[in-house]
Design a binder for this molecule. Structure first.
Ligand code: FHN
Length: 428
């Protein structure tokens, strides 16, 4: 089992970063992608994918009016799903600010919304006891100094590019730092800062990607830690440190090249789109989402699961149904998630182990299971308790004096979790 102190002694976690213990305990957070793209209702990269000219895209600004927005409902849905923190897109690549920034007119208070959408959200989630995370895009396709590089929506617009040749990335970096300062000064204690994203190693079209030098990441990180000394950061400022945030999680990303454990958090969508995508049919089932959460924790990581609210300011019904299904599972199984991590034992085929001290949790991923052999655990487990609703499961009681080497179960399809108190003294 990887412990917090093992991780915080590594180069991946600088001594001046906040204590990550809460993140490692909470394990499960809500990602929210909400912006003008929600008005387009077809993915947050719509401006890029369709190479929409800013003048055309402006209609999403002009008519952005989330009249049904009630962040208390969002916070309650997240809490009921068992989520312990949230990360909101304060600004995504489109450059639109959800808060009342003094550094731009491209902000929520200048739309028909006429309100600081971020302030209400932070207050609502804090009231439900969730920790506060801010996502902030280092990329900004609206700012007049952000270079038209190979990723920019207007990368093939010769007239636009011709007028954009004098752009100054240093002036943009000053703006970037200024907005981060606003966010870390005016909204109370921020627990987690989630930047997105650097692409230094890739050259896009006629321009090279951008990284720490462009964002002035060292200077930015220093300012952040002065403003919010307890904050934790993710690893997308191209500094090679912080919470490792893979999107398509691979086990290799749970450790650094030299095998040091890292804090890592898989971020995942409900349907393949981060921003609201009305016609998207690619929805993951509740069982798959639960398995993603278990799988992440069984490998010592977190899951940051995303909802893209629509332009009226609501979580759509499919998103609410997904969160509700996870919440039903978490109601009876959350103790196998909160504070748990990877186990030193090898889980049986098509199962996962999460472990918390002497409590081992066996997650049965497929059905029907007749005999689940617990390799290496014979004689070390003297009791089995199903955390799942017992009324749905029968299982053959084993003789307490007999060494428990396997469990015979008859369970309904779906993920079942057992608690196997590992009581024998010789088990670590
Ligand atoms: O381009 C973004 C994308 O829209 C989304 O915000 C994800 C979330 O991790 N991050 C970037 C892609 O890696």
């Amino acid at each position: 089992m990887t412990t917090v102190s093992e991780i915080t002694k590594t180069a991946n976690w600088p001594t001046n970063y906040g204590d990550p213990a809460w993140l490692l305990h909470d394990r499960f957070g809500l990602f929210i992608h909400w912006g003008l793209y929600s008005n387009a209702a077809r993915h947050e990269w719509v401006m890029n994918r369709e190479k929409i000219h800013p003048d055309t895209y402006n209609k999403y600004f002009k008519y952005f009016d989330p009249d049904l927005y009630d962040p208390k409902k969002w916070a309650r849905a997240a809490k009921d799903a068992g989520m312990k923190y949230f990360v909101i897109t304060t600004k995504h690549h489109e450059g639109f600010a959800l808060w009342d920034s003094e550094l731009t007119d491209y902000k929520a208070t200048n739309t028909p919304a006429k309100r600081d959408l971020l302030l209400e959200m932070v207050n609502a989630f804090r009231e439900e006891g969730l920790k506060v995370g801010f996502y902030h895009s280092v990329i900004d396709w609206h700012h007049p100094e952000f270079p038209v590089d190979g990723l920019h929506p207007q990368r093939d617009d010769e007239a636009f590019k011709a007028n954009a040749t004098e752009r100054n990335i240093e002036k943009y970096a000053e703006y970037l730092h200024g907005q981060v300062r606003e966010l870390l000064t005016n909204y109370g204690k921020i627990d987690y800062l989630w930047f997105d994203f650097s692409y230094p190693e890739r050259s896009w079209g006629w321009a090279t990607g951008k990284g720490a030098e462009d964002w002035q990441s060292e200077k930015l990180e220093k300012m952040i830690l002065e403003l919010q000394p307890d904050i934790i950061l993710n690893d997308r400022l191209d500094l090679g440190r912080g919470v490792v945030t893979p999107e398509q999680y691979q086990p290799s990303e749970a450790v650094t090249e030299d095998g040091q454990p890292v804090i890592w958090e898989a971020c995942q969508t409900l349907n393949g789109s981060w921003g609201y995508d009305r016609d998207n049919l690619d929805w993951k089932s509740g069982d798959v989402l639960i398995k993603m959460l278990i799988d992440s924790v069984s490998k010592g990581g977190n899951l940051l699961l995303n909802v893209g609210p629509n332009a009226r300011g609501e979580f759509d019904q499919k998103s609410l149904d997904s969160l509700s299904e996870i919440g039903k599972w978490m109601r009876v199984n959350s103790r196998s998630i909160y504070g748990a991590t990877n186990s030193e034992y090898t889980a049986p085929l098509d199962c996962r182990f999460t472990q918390k001290g002497k409590r081992l949790y066996l997650h049965i991923f497929s059905w029907p299971f007749r005999h689940i052999h617990l390799e290496g655990l014979a004689g070390k487990i003297d009791y089995t308790q199903f955390l799942h609703d017992a009324s749905e499961i029968q299982y053959k009681e084993h003789d307490p004096n007999e060494e428990l080497t396997h469990i015979s179960t008859r369970v309904k399809p779906g993920t079942v979790t057992l608690e196997l108190p590992v009581q024998k003294p010789d088990v670590a």
